[in-house]
Design a protein around this ligand. Structure first.
Ligand code: GLA
Length: 692
């Protein structure tokens, strides 16, 4: 571990990543005081300035910025920790006890003499240039209840920072929000299992552009109720706290059994928003299975619930012809799952047996057809849910969340199973294990189409649900190595680093309109890695926007992520099938070059959207012009992330060219798209040996 610790009773700790340092110390009162989060500094150089009380209303405990400020005494900012002791007391008085430096992490142990211990964990990810923090809370005495527990608090020594996150709803996830922080901002999820609304991270910056400027960013690896608090203090600085949401939550501590919070990854850069995003992407990649994400076909938009063996085999044959690598059957294949006359769906969830009417010989004939055509096979499931009209609910009406004495809420005609019950966890594991054993399944699309509500009398279930979900997915993957599991929650409702630690892909949004997707995908790329971003080409007019966008633009937009096809291929014209086949083959060739993602500048008054990947072998430029305005003005594209001294070969304006990386990054290319929904993808091949 790249950690320095100065000698003495009040040590200074400095953790170093490749380009950053993070430092803190211990005060004479035993508080863990934050000192630095930014560019490199040495522990031995650290000047620990005294802090003074400003007045009897601005007291020292409020002014000292702490690594993990807890409730009680003169502390009034957001508390990282609140507990209730058996005597009803709530004040915490945590003092530094010791630091333990292991190979993997630094543990800083704080103690309250009422029997509570808090361990702050710090570790460094050298390959990501990032820091990871989390905490474990342990009680030595019975009867202690956690009322609120954050994973970490950070401190940025500036005011008036820009805060970036996203806002949205179903079909419009990941709409970027930028706001100047001047007071306190809380970004949270209270829905238990899904979060279309915000994402559990904060990007704080000071005069940053895509390529330059200071950026501090932290993201919480948790998929349930989360809370991100950004608080500008009266003393000219900004606090950032991330953790499990304390909304309607309490956790009773068993003596000696630590409560371990989710982890937070934290990055600092002077390389602007683009630099920050690439570090976050590298963190995401470090969690991900390295296998190439196959080009998939998914039947949802083509068939909705009307899946049949015959219909799916017909789609699979076409999908294979155009080069798809994986065929995924979406909702409708199981139980008695049929929409009513109004299109509403009320039955089937929970009954994970193959519908004998739709698949008289089971899934085998379809799987064999898929495999004979050279593809892998995937299946949609929604294991956390049950419909009232199902065998499962008839057998176990007590397996759902319910508020005593109240009618249970339905959304999409379904209830949420109480994953906190060990028998429910066991049922899901055994059912999915059986499905995967009985059928040759390589890919699972795991959906969750409603939030939790009416969770009953216990308040630890919000957290427990997600802990159980992670255990279930991990166990399925342990029993079936190599299987990829896609995280979906009514579209992009479960996109976060906690999910990415167990799942392999994100279904980014049910909104598959290629132009809307450019916005969604751009904001998604702020923090999350594009390789996990599933993007489909679907039919026009789009079911949501009713817009008809040309196939080329639809493919180019989807090729920026992990490509999928959702068209009704049996109704596609031979010309479009042939074009699709060409795009898929081009995408497969571009895939190895798609490593580091860049959002490029557009200097034109025309609304070009420019994105690029770079890698040691070359680069790929994605350019879009949704609607031409003010005449057909060109733009200038200056590439990024190339080797200035290497030479690159590419085709532009129908001519093959060869120039240096320096040229492409400094002068750039003139690019002229014309008309509406114009788009272009240009491949750049490095023709000198990579320097490594
Ligand atoms: C959700 C998903 C869709 C599809 C349907 C199936 O809405 O986001 O992609 O799987 O469920 O019911």
């Amino acid at each position: 571990m790249p950690v320095e610790m100065t000698p003495g009773d009040l040590p200074v700790f400095a953790l170093h990543t490749e380009t950053t340092s993070y430092a803190f110390t211990v005060t004479a009162e035993g508080l863990v005081r934050h000192l630095h989060w930014g560019g490199p500094v040495a522990a031995a150089d650290m000047i620990v300035e005294p802090v003074w009380e400003l007045s009897t209303n601005d007291l020292i405990q409020d002014i000292v910025v702490q690594e993990y400020p807890c409730h009680g005494r003169f502390r009034y900012n957001e508390a990282a920790l609140r507990v209730r002791f058996p005597d009803g007391g709530r004040e915490l008085d945590l003092r530094y006890r010791e630091a333990i430096l292991g190979d993997e992490r630094l543990d800083v142990v704080l103690e309250d003499d009422k029997g509570l211990e808090v361990t702050l964990h710090y570790s460094v990810l050298p390959e990501v240039d990032a820091l990871v923090r989390w905490a474990t809370i342990t009680s030595r005495v019975p009867g202690v209840v956690l009322e609120s527990v954050a994973s970490a608090q950070f401190h940025v020594p500036f005011r008036d920072l820009d805060l970036r996150n996203v806002s949205g709803h179903w079909g419009a996830e990941q709409q970027e929000v930028v706001q100047r922080v001047s007071t306190k901002v809380v970004l949270e999820s209270r829905r238990g299992i899904s979060n279309h609304h915000h994402s559990p991270y904060a990007v704080l910056s000071r005069e940053a552009t895509e390529v330059a400027g200071r950026v501090w960013a932290a993201a919480l690896a948790f998929s349930g109720n989360t809370k991100v608090v950004v608080e500008q203090t009266q003393y000219g600085e900004t606090l950032l706290q991330l953790g499990v949401n304390d909304h309607d939550t309490e956790v009773a501590l068993d003596p000696g059994v630590g409560f371990e919070t989710p982890q937070v990854v934290a990055v600092y850069t002077e390389g602007g928003l683009g630099g920050m995003s690439r570090k976050m992407h590298a963190y995401g990649e470090s969690l991900m299975d390295p296998q190439v994400r196959p080009v998939l076909y998914n039947s949802w938009e083509a068939t909705n619930f009307a899946v049949t063996a015959e219909g799916q085999i017909a789609l699979a044959q076409k999908a294979a012809e155009i080069g798809t690598e994986l065929f995924v059957v979406d909702d409708g294949w199981f139980g008695r799952r049929n929409p009513d006359q109004t299109g509403g769906i009320h039955d089937g969830l929970g009954d994970w047996w193959v519908d004998p009417e739709k698949f008289p010989a089971g899934l085998s004939p379809l799987i064999e057809a898929v495999q004979e055509a050279g593809m892998r096979f995937g299946l949609w499931v929604e294991p956390e849910m049950v419909n009232p009209d199902s065998d499962l609910f008839a057998a176990h009406p007590d397996w759902i969340y319910r508020e005593p004495g109240r009618e249970v809420d339905q959304a999409r005609g379904q209830y949420v199973l109480n994953l906190n019950l060990p028998e429910v966890e066991e049922f899901i594991i055994e059912t999915l294990d059986g499905l995967l054993r009985d059928n040759d399944i390589d890919y699972v699309k795991w959906d969750a189409n409603r939030p939790m509500s009416q969770v009953g009398v216990r308040r630890d279930v919000w957290f427990g649900h997600i802990a159980a979900l992670y255990r279930i997915v991990a166990e399925i993957k342990r029993r079936h190595p190599g299987v990829l599991v896609e995280s979906c929650a009514s579209g992009g409702g479960r996109i976060d680093f906690g999910a990415l630690a167990v799942f392999d892909d994100f279904w980014t949004s049910d909104n598959t309109d290629a132009l809307d997707r450019l916005e969604i995908q751009r904001a998604y790329s702020l923090v999350y890695p594009p390789r996990a971003m599933r993007a489909w080409v679907t039919d026009v007019p789009n079911f949501l926007s009713q817009r008809s966008i040309p196939l080329s633009f639809r493919f180019h937009s989807a090729m920026m992520g992990s490509l999928g096809i959702g068209c009704d291929l049996t109704a596609m014209s031979p010309e479009d099938l042939a074009a699709s086949s060409r795009y898929i083959s081009e995408y497969k060739q571009l895939r190895p070059l798609m490593r580091d993602f860049h959002r490029l500048e557009n200097p034109s008054s025309n609304d070009y959207r420019l994105f690029q990947y770079s890698s040691p072998q070359g680069a790929v430029l994605f350019a879009f012009l949704p609607a031409s305005r003010l005449g057909h003005k060109p733009t200038t594209v200056r590439l990024r992330g190339l080797d200035p001294h290497a030479r690159y070969r590419f085709t532009h304006d129908w001519q093959q060219r060869e120039v240096s990386g320096e040229y492409l990054m400094n002068r750039g290319l003139r690019l002229w798209l014309q008309g509406d929904y114009a788009s272009s993808v240009i491949r750049f091949d490095r023709i000198t040996e990579p320097t490594g």
